[in-house]
Design a protein around this ligand. Structure first.
Ligand code: AMP
Ligand code: MG
Length: 422
């Protein structure tokens, strides 16, 4: 048996970030920047109003209330042709350019317009620059908009779009082939023949890939058939950046999968036994012809998903250009006794993590911890990590690898109170 960290480094040593390609900005969400991007323009690029109101000369409002002459109006996207003289005001909308001669805006709530004689009473003195957005106030030309290595979030796309940037240099989105193997898998509709089961793993693995924004490639189901396996590996080699198979990697397995994988990988496949539970068996290597990384996951549905979390995800994150390869691991208080027996392995317990009324993490394990009991996985938002030993007592601290945000219990009143103010 080898330690998890050792297995992870065997895998990580053999995967590299995918090439950086210019990609249309609206297809780049979640992709990782391969170069630092700087601003080409100031934002805003011209002085504009941050309020609906009246553009004026601040000096004219000394000793308010004062009456000013309304000499025009300007809305966003338009220009006021002309220059404000002493005693002049221009009705202005949010985002409209500040007219020449003006140096401040009085908000409309502090003005009383008199439409009969074309004047406005400004009730309160304003300071120069009041409600004026200056050029470069948000971004200056030359500023770093996003560093190389940044995963692009919606706000980044907005910042880049506001610069007129249409294409961004990002690492290509990984395309990942998923193949289920095993003679027991039955893919047709209709009643299950005796001894057959339906495929769970392809669906959960394609889901894990899609959820991350990577490109899933469904390579189907293949039984213990050499030709069909060779065909699937060839298809993966042509269209994918990595191949993820499930089934046929256990010690007792003399599945044809293993024999064929050894052949096509030039015997580069490492058949590992990792000191974890579940997901002990795992294989990794690269196809000889295409150098395609191949992850061989165990067939048990929970093991396949846990193996993906611990061994596939970090590697694919590296391929996608991420430098932070791991999920968030938080420290939680266990609500129950998490006893276990020493067996030389780290146990990953399907669990549920929530936030208590004080915003602290609390964890509980789910029932049904056998590696074929996928139903418990679907109620889990975390793997509770129990290092080799006797486990953690009730009220003790346990580390939890979160795959979904912790549910909030007891904070909902605060949140709805916050919401009411919006
Ligand atoms: P293996 O890793 O091939 O020894 O398979 C371990 C267990 O997982 C066996 O009970 C298989 O029938 C089951 N299994 C393998 N592949 C799948 C799959 N794609 N979906 C559901 N169960 C599977
Ligand atoms: Mg099998």
């Amino acid at each position: 048996m080898i330690q998890l960290a050792q297995a992870q480094s065997i895998v990580l040593a053999q995967v590299a970030p995918l090439p950086v390609v210019e990609t249309p900005i609206d297809l780049a969400l979640g992709c990782v920047l391969g170069q630092t991007v700087r601003a080409v323009n100031d934002v805003p690029s011209f002085r504009n109003s941050s309020m609906d109101g009246y553009a004026l000369r601040a000096g004219d409002t000394k000793g308010s209330p004062v009456t000013l002459r309304v000499v025009g109006s300007v809305s966003a996207g338009h220009l006021f042709e002309g220059t404000l003289g002493p005693g002049d005001a221009v009705r202005i909308m949010t985002g409209a350019p500040i007219p020449d001669g003006a140096d401040a805006v009085s908000m409309v709530e502090l003005c009383e317009a008199n439409h009969d004689d074309g004047t406005v009473v400004v009730t309160t003195e304003v300071a120069p620059g009041n409600f004026v957005r200056q050029p470069g106030y948000d971004v200056l030309a030359g500023d770093v908009l996003a560093e190389s290595g940044t995963p692009l979030r919606p706000a980044h796309l907005g910042v880049l779009g506001a610069q007129g940037i249409r294409m961004v240099p990002v690492h290509r989105r990984p395309r990942l082939g998923v193949l289920s193997t095993g003679d027991e898998l039955f893919v047709d509709d209709g009643p299950l023949p005796p001894g057959k089961i339906r495929d769970a793993n392809r669906h959960s693995l394609l889901g894990l890939i899609g959820e991350e924004g990577w490109e899933p490639v469904d390579l189907g189901v293949v039984g213990d058939d050499r030709e069909a396996l060779l065909d699937a590996f060839a298809r993966a080699g042509q269209s994918c950046d990595a191949l993820i198979t499930s089934g046929g990697v256990s010690v007792g397995d003399f599945d044809i999968v293993r024999i064929v994988l050894d052949d096509v990988s030039g015997s580069s496949m490492r058949w590992m036994q990792i000191a974890i539970r579940p997901a002990k068996p795992f294989a990794f290597g690269t196809l000889a012809e295409t150098n395609l990384p191949v992850f061989g996951l165990p067939g048990n549905p929970v093991s396949a998903m846990v193996s993906f979390e611990l061994l596939v995800r970090p590697a694919i994150r590296r391929m996608a250009g991420h430098t932070n390869l791991s999920r968030a691991v938080v420290s939680a208080t266990s609500t129950v006794d998490l006893a276990r027996v020493p067996d030389g392995k780290v146990h990953f317990v399907r669990g549920h993590v929530s936030l208590d009324g004080e915003g602290r993490y609390v964890a509980r394990p789910l029932e049904d911890q056998e590696s074929h009991q996928l139903s418990a996985m679907s109620n889990a938002n975390a793997l509770l990590i129990l290092p080799d030993g006797e486990g953690v007592g009730r009220g003790g601290s346990v580390r939890a690898l979160l795959f979904y945000p912790a549910d909030v219990t007891g904070l909902s009143d605060d949140l709805s109170a916050g919401g009411a103010d919006l």
